[in-house]
Design a protein around this ligand. Structure first.
Ligand SMILES: Cc1cc2nc3c(=O)[nH]c(=O)nc-3n(C[C@H](O)[C@H](O)[C@H](O)COP(=O)(O)OP(=O)(O)OC[C@H]3O[C@@H](n4cnc5c(N)ncnc54)[C@H](O)[C@@H]3O)c2cc1C
Length: 643
């Protein structure tokens, strides 16, 4: 079941309260002392646990702007008197890269301000820190690794190299034997609600590429063992075997192109049931396979994409190996891209931190890409008037407008809210590196068709829960390191990828504390894909930490309880990184006709520069990868340099 560890490896209610209750305590303390929250003693977001990602205090103001309620009771904006060469809205990798490229073009003295609504920089690339006794553990709260289905562009690769990251050296840092030497293997967890029984069964399909390097192919015996032990009906087992071995041409008489044209218009689940004719249990088994890539299941992923991703049922079609028209970029394999993989223990938060170090050296000590792993960021240095680059956190931008006619204006005014204060700054140029859905609300002067195109970029909701456990003896006893759980709340559960780098040591012994990474795609099978994302977003925003916690405890107890795991005893800490606005939405041949028919795509219309404003973010190329965020930051800056 393709249980690899890279993103593609994974293939294998309470209403929100509003207002004061949601403002974190340090905001109040800092406000009382007339400090920015990030300047307060002890301010250190990576060590926070509980509900993170889109955390309380980060989104409420923007939701009020969206609902047209913000300006009703907002205080009059106060002019800070600050003026910059560039203001960047959004402190994710795209915004940080834009600042980097701007300084390269405009010189190191250029004054840049980055405004970010979260309490930490990095956007989706977030760091989670944990401690248990003497053990220090890192987790990735979002962006997991350097990886992309297409090769990194020279610009993106150039930045990675400039930051000192030696991608080919990854294999020197990953401790391949930690799990292999103990016989730990990928498994599938069948749950009783979906399959009639709770059962952990070795995953029979761990062949193929594995950039993370920690798993070996499952081998023939795993297939036999799966057929024997999986709680599937006899018919489903026959279908499973047939799917894996049969070489039948389900479209006799059609050319390869004609077959691809059919596959691109039918979901994989329909292909399985209506064309291949398999039992519904098989559909349930495969349903969550594409979650890590698409944020949704096989009901909304085309059969052509499923073929591209190496899913079963296509061997007899004799398809030409070249990509088919309308394929999702995730489904197009590229050997060069597959080899370009690197994982820091905090994921690509290390890239964000290296960017911040290059922009504001005083904020992150150290000199190498490896030592950034243990470097402690000093948040009080991020927004210093003595630094040409400043990063202001907890600041939601609510308005961006040219001072005068956009065609001739020399300045843009940017209005933001921090705590209870609404303030303005001025800039000669502005890059909007924030989520595209936000832009029509804050940059109202943009043309209507552009706003419509921006609004199309609804993000894909995701949940990354990191659970620090006291030890992983239960996992060892059950010989499990990663688990695909098609019917459970979190569809994948993985022991941390064992990477040691720059003095950071991963957990090497089962007695050691370790981070278990659990991920969920918040989707609602049966609805069109974008409707699923919308429903998922609401679900993630409305669930309380207590409910997340209960769900996590129950899932782990059911999965590894038979190995001796006891949640109350063994769970030390939980950080739930919820991303209701997660991946950039990638176009889908089942729902987006323009993607098949050609012509300008929404992101191409959305990212057009307007006066002194340029538009970045991964949304600008509808591609949910770090390289895209970098490339779009670069493009946005180039567009502005001629202004
Ligand atoms: C859970 C998850 C896992 C991922 N894993 C990978 C991976 O392994 N590899 C990979 O290559 N890519 C991965 N991606 C995609 C990758 O993270 C993104 O493509 C990239 O980091 C996006 O960067 P960005 O700067 O474009 O956007 P973001 O990271 O979203 O940054 C934009 C920032 O703008 C802020 N903002 C929004 N509105 C406002 C406002 N009004 N005022 C101020 N700030 C605002 C947002 O809060 C955000 O912090 C993952 C994404 C997610 C969600």
């Amino acid at each position: 079941m393709g249980a690899r560890i890279t993103r593609r490896d994974f293939l294998n209610g309470v209403a929100l309260t509003a207002g004061a209750a949601l403002i974190p305590p340090e905001m109040w303390a800092a406000a009382a002392a007339d400090l920015e929250p990030q300047d307060a003693t002890g301010y250190y977001p990576p060590a926070k646990t509980g509900l993170r990602g889109s955390h309380a205090g980060s989104f409420e103001n923007m939701h009020k702007v969206r609902d047209g309620a913000f300006w009703e009771d907002a205080p009059k904006p106060v002019d800070t008197g600050e003026s910059y060469d560039l203001v960047v809205v959004g402190g994710g990798i795209s915004g940080l890269s834009a600042a980097h490229f701007f300084r390269k073009a405009a010189g190191p003295k250029a004054r840049v301000l980055i405004l970010e609504n979260h309490d930490d920089f990095g956007g989706h690339a977030k760091r989670n820190e944990f401690r248990s006794g003497d053990a220090f553990r890192l987790g990735f709260g979002g962006t997991f690794s350097i990886e992309s289905p297409a090769p990194y562009s020279p610009v993106a690769k150039g930045l990675i190299e400039e930051l000192g990251i030696d991608v080919p050296s990854y294999h020197r840092h990953v401790n391949k034997s930690v799990y292999r030497s103990r016989g730990l293997k990928p498994h599938i967890f069948f749950d009783k609600e979906t399959f009639g029984a709770d059962k952990l069964v070795p995953n029979p399909k761990t062949s193929g590429f594995d950039e993370s390097g920690i798993n070996e192919p499952a081998g023939e015996s795993a297939f036999e063992s799966f057929l024997k032990n999986a709680p599937l009906s006899a018919q489903a087992k026959r279908d499973f075997e047939r799917l894996s071995t049969e070489k039948k041409d389900y479209f006799p008489g059609l050319s390869s192109d004609e077959k691809k044209a059919r596959l691109v218009r039918i979901s994989y689940s329909k292909y399985l049931t209506e064309i291949v004719g398999v039992n519904d249990e098989i559909v349930k088994l495969y349903q969550a396979l594409p979650h890590p890539l698409f944020g949704a299941g096989i009901d909304v992923v085309s059969a052509l994409d499923a073929w591209g991703l190496g899913m079963v049922g296509f061997d007899g079609l004799n398809l030409d190996p070249s990509p088919g028209k309308g394929m999702n970029r995730d489904a197009i394999r590229n050997d060069e891209a597959d080899k370009y993989f690197f994982h820091f223990p905090d994921g690509n938060a290390s890239i964000a931190r290296l960017l911040v170090r290059s922009l504001i050296p005083a904020a992150i000590p150290g000199t190498s890409s490896a030592d950034v792993t243990l470097a402690k960021a000093d948040y009080s240095r991020l927004d210093s008037s003595s630094s040409p680059v400043r990063i202001r956190l907890n600041s939601t931008v609510v308005k961006v407008a040219h001072k005068g006619d956009p065609a001739t204006a020399k300045e843009v005014e940017v209005t933001y809210i921090m705590g209870k204060s609404v303030k303005t700054v001025r800039a000669a140029k502005c890059v909007l590196a924030c989520w595209h859905v936000v832009i029509p609300y804050i940059a109202q002067e943009l043309p209507a068709p552009q706003k419509e195109a921006l609004a199309f970029a609804q993000k894909v909701p995701l949940l990354y829960s990191n659970v620090l456990i006291r030890n992983w003896k239960a996992f060892e006893k059950l010989s499990v390191n990663t688990v695909y759980c098609p019917g459970m709340y979190h569809s994948s559960v993985n022991l941390d990828l064992p990477v040691s780098i720059g003095g950071y040591e991963c957990a090497k012994n089962p007695e050691d504390p370790i981070v278990v990474h659990m991920s969920k795609s918040a989707c609602k099978p049966g609805h069109p894909i974008r409707e699923q994302h919308k429903l998922g977003r609401i679900q993630l925003y409305s669930m309380t930490f207590e409910t997340y916690e209960r769900t996590i405890r129950e899932q782990l107890a059911r999965m590894v309880g038979p190995g001796g795991f006891e949640p109350a005893r063994d769970i030390v800490e939980i950080t739930v990184n919820r991303w209701p606005h997660g991946y950039a939405y990638q176009y889908n041949s089942l729902f987006d006709d323009f993607w098949l028919n050609g012509g300008e795509t929404p992101c191409q219309i959305a990212r057009k520069p307007f006066g002194r404003i340029a538009i970045a973010n991964a949304d600008a190329d509808a591609y949910a990868y770090t390289d895209c965020a970098i490339d779009q930051g670069y493009r946005a800056v180039q567009e502005l340099m001629s202004k």
